[in-house]
Design a protein around this ligand. Structure first.
Ligand code: SF4
Length: 369
C-alpha cells in the first residue's frame, strides 16, 4: 500500500462516551494528531454546548463546529425541516441524522482517508455508525476489540487460516503462538463462531491480534492500510460505563449536567428524573419522563418543541406535547417512572440513567455516543 496521508478524527456528540473518548485518546495516544468535530443541529441544549466548550478547554485544541447549512436565516434543523415540508423526523424516518450529522461529517472528510474513533464501550453490543464510505474507517478504542465487524468478517474467512498462522508465527512471542495455534487452525463455523474465535484470540493477547490484523490489512484498501504503524496496536483496554464516568470526573471535564438526577414529588412519593442523552432538545428518542423533565427544567425549550407540532405531525406517536403536560398526564408519567425505577433499581447501578430507561438500546451513534 502507498503511504497516503491519513486523518484521525473524533466526533463529539455532546454525550458522555464521546466526551470521555476525547479525554482518553488525549491521555493515552497524544501522538495521534486527532481532529475533533461537533455536528451542530442548532437545537442542542445549553448543557451540551457547555460540555463541548469544556472538552475544548481540556484538550487545548479547537473542536470544529460543523453545520449542515450556513444559511443566515435558519438553523440547520429548521432549514431541512422546511425542505421536507415540516415533516418531523421519527425513529422510522430519521432524515435529521442523515442531513445534520452524517452529511456534514462526510463533507468534512471529503475524499481524504480517515480513521474515525468511535466511543462504543466494552460493555455495549453495538457497532454505531460505520461509514459506508470506503475512505472512512471506524475504530473503537474503548473496546478490547478495536475493529469493525466488516473487517473482522474479512479477517475470519476460513481460507485465511493458514496465512494467519504464518503471521502469528512471525509476530507473536512463542508462548502466545503456541496458545493461539489451535484456535487459528480451527475453522469458524456454527460451533466455533466468529465472536468465539475472536474473543479467544483477544484473551490470549489483544496486542498480538492487533499486530496480525494490521499486517493482514496492509494490502487491503482501508485507511489503516496506508499507515506505517498505528499506536492502538498495543491496546488491551476494555472500558465500561463506570470507567467512562471516572474518566470524565477525574479529568475535571465532568459529567454532562443533564445526566444529573433531580427529584420530583407526586402523590407524596419522591422520584427522580434526568435526561439520558445528548442531541436535539426535542429528540423523538426521548422517553415520556424526559419530555416531562424538559417541560419542568427547560420550559422555554418545551414550548419551542410544541411549536413544531403542526399539520398533524407530532414528536410522539399518538400524543401531542400539549396533552403530555396536562397535570393528570404528568402525574401518570411520574408514577409510572417511580414504579419502573423501583423495578430496575434492583440492578443496583449508581447512575440514574441505568434505572431510568434502557436508553442505549436505541442506536443513534451520531447523536448520542
Ligand atoms: S438528536 Fe434526535 S432529532 Fe436531533 S438529529 Fe439526532 S436523532 Fe435527529
Amino acid at each position: 500500500m502507498k503511504n497516503k496521508k491519513v486523518r484521525h478524527v473524533l466526533g463529539i456528540s455532546g454525550g458522555k462516551d464521546s466526551a470521555a473518548l476525547a479525554i482518553y485518546m488525549n491521555q493515552k495516544y497524544p501522538d495521534l494528531n486527532i481532529e475533533y468535530y461537533f455536528c451542530d443541529t442548532g437545537k442542542e441544549l445549553e448543557e451540551t454546548l457547555e460540555l463541548v466548550n469544556k472538552i475544548e478547554d481540556y484538550l487545548g485544541k479547537k473542536i470544529e463546529r460543523l453545520k449542515a447549512t450556513k444559511n443566515d436565516h435558519f438553523e440547520p434543523f429548521d432549514y431541512y425541516l422546511k425542505s421536507v415540508g415540516n415533516f418531523l423526523p421519527s425513529v422510522q424516518a430519521r432524515w435529521c441524522t442523515q442531513k445534520l450529522k452524517l452529511e456534514p461529517f462526510e463533507k468534512f472528510i471529503g475524499n481524504d482517508l480517515a480513521i474515525s474513533y468511535v466511543g462504543i464501550r466494552g460493555d455495549e453490543d453495538r457497532e454505531g455508525y460505520i461509514s459506508t464510505k470506503q475512505n472512512i474507517q471506524s475504530v473503537f478504542p474503548f473496546r478490547i476489540n478495536i475493529w469493525s465487524l466488516e473487517i473482522l468478517s474479512k479477517f475470519f474467512q476460513n481460507e485465511n487460516n493458514d496465512s494467519h498462522l504464518k503471521l502469528y508465527q512471525e509476530i507473536a512471542e512463542k508462548s502466545i503462538f503456541l496458545r493461539a495455534r489451535e484456535i487459528l487452525k480451527t475453522p469458524k463455523g456454527n460451533r466455533f463462531t466468529l465472536s468465539k474465535k475472536l474473543n479467544t484470540l483477544l484473551g490470549i493477547s489483544a496486542t498480538t491480534f492487533n499486530k496480525v490484523m494490521f499486517q493482514f490489512l496492509k494490502d487491503k484498501n482501508y485507511p489503516i492500510s496506508h499507515l506505517h504503524d498505528f499506536s492502538l496496536l498495543v491496546h488491551e483496554d476494555n472500558l465500561n460505563r463506570e470507567d467512562i464516568f471516572k474518566l470524565l470526573r477525574d479529568s475535571g471535564v465532568g459529567v454532562p449536567s443533564y445526566y444529573e438526577k433531580r427529584t420530583f414529588t407526586v402523590d407524596d412519593i419522591t422520584g427522580e428524573y434526568a435526561r439520558s442523552r445528548s442531541g436535539c432538545f426535542f429528540c423523538f428518542f426521548q422517553q415520556k419522563i424526559e419530555w416531562v423533565w424538559l417541560y419542568e427544567q427547560h420550559p422555554e425549550k418545551y414550548k419551542l418543541a410544541m411549536d413544531y407540532e403542526k399539520d398533524g405531525y407530532t414528536w410522539i406517536q399518538g400524543e401531542r406535547l400539549e396533552d403530555l403536560i396536562k397535570p393528570e398526564r404528568i402525574r401518570q408519567i411520574k408514577l409510572a417512572t417511580i414504579k419502573q425505577n423501583e423495578r430496575k433499581n434492583s440492578k443496583k447501578s449508581p447512575y440514574l440513567i441505568d434505572s431510568l430507561i434502557d436508553s442505549e438500546s436505541v442506536v443513534c451513534a451520531n447523536c448520542f455516543i
